[in-house]
Design a binder for this molecule. Sequence first.
Ligand SMILES: Cc1cc2nc3c(=O)[nH]c(=O)nc-3n(C[C@H](O)[C@H](O)[C@H](O)COP(=O)(O)O)c2cc1C
Length: 302
Amino acid sequence: MVDIRTTIGSLSLQNPTMLASGIMDEDAGSMHRMIDSGAGAIVTKSIGTHPREGYANPTVIELDHGLLNAMGLPNPGIDQYGEEIKKIKTTKVPLIGSIYAADAPEFTLLAQKMQHYGVSAVELNVSCPHAKHYGLEVGSDPVLLHDIIRNVKNHITLPVFVKVSPNIMNLSEIVQTIEDAGANGIVAINTVKAMAIDLQTKRPILANKTGGYSGKAIKPIGIRCVYDIAQTVDIPIIGVGGITTGLDAIEYLMAGASAVQIGSAVYYRGPEVFHLICQEIRTWMKKNKYTTITEIIGASFQ
Ligand SMILES: Cc1cc2nc3c(=O)[nH]c(=O)nc-3n(C[C@H](O)[C@H](O)[C@H](O)COP(=O)(O)O)c2cc1C
């Protein structure tokens, strides 16, 4: 019998697939749809203290091997989004509240509100490649990041995950900081900073000019980051970036991830992607004589 349950520290998941932040998590209705489609956990879109409109269109374009987006973190603000979170009725599928802010007091306020609304963990988004003040400025500054994580940890009891970027040169230092500050897990990776130009207009296609690349093309980048992070820290890692099939998920597990998140593939394969990937993982495990996910996690290490 194949058992695909997994854990991320104290969090138990019925299967290792999670919905990534920013995809089909507008409201309680869309999140319920992802839960019904078999996701082992759900991450909310990244929420800030106040409503934010996001950037002008076009915000998402489809390229040959992935999506390029600069949404600009559109969200209704924590108070209004809290009403959606409260509507989610499930105890089996953990709901993880993703939050963004520029400093420790704001992150702490958001984390406390998320805890109050009933989420199972919080994910600190410090890695958006196209949001001024809220993204890489925070996620590449070890002193600021340490302060944010310590503050959040001191004010909530829930597990705290930190989502990192592949766009920084000091990833090892940053993940070491995240662990030292007491975070309970690392999510890797956010989108890869990128751009596309329209040959006719000779202008960048996205209204914001640059955006974040996701989907199939970024899988090797995510795999490398997860592998490196696993060599650096002992806290659990959640792998994300280009996962489209069960085999992609297994590759991330072998690189050291305890669970995986799926974003762009929800657009490519539909919401049933969670169910399909779980089925593909089971089939591979049976064929290769694995019985538990734990046997696969970090299998690539010598
Ligand atoms: C349209 C879109 C919106 C996103 N919004 C967020 C967000 O609000 N917060 C966040 O942490 N990541 C966000 N992401 C990044 C994804 O969560 C994920 O890290 C990235 O897309 C790589 O995974 P994938 O290749 O499976 O899509 C977004 C990605 C896309 C494509």
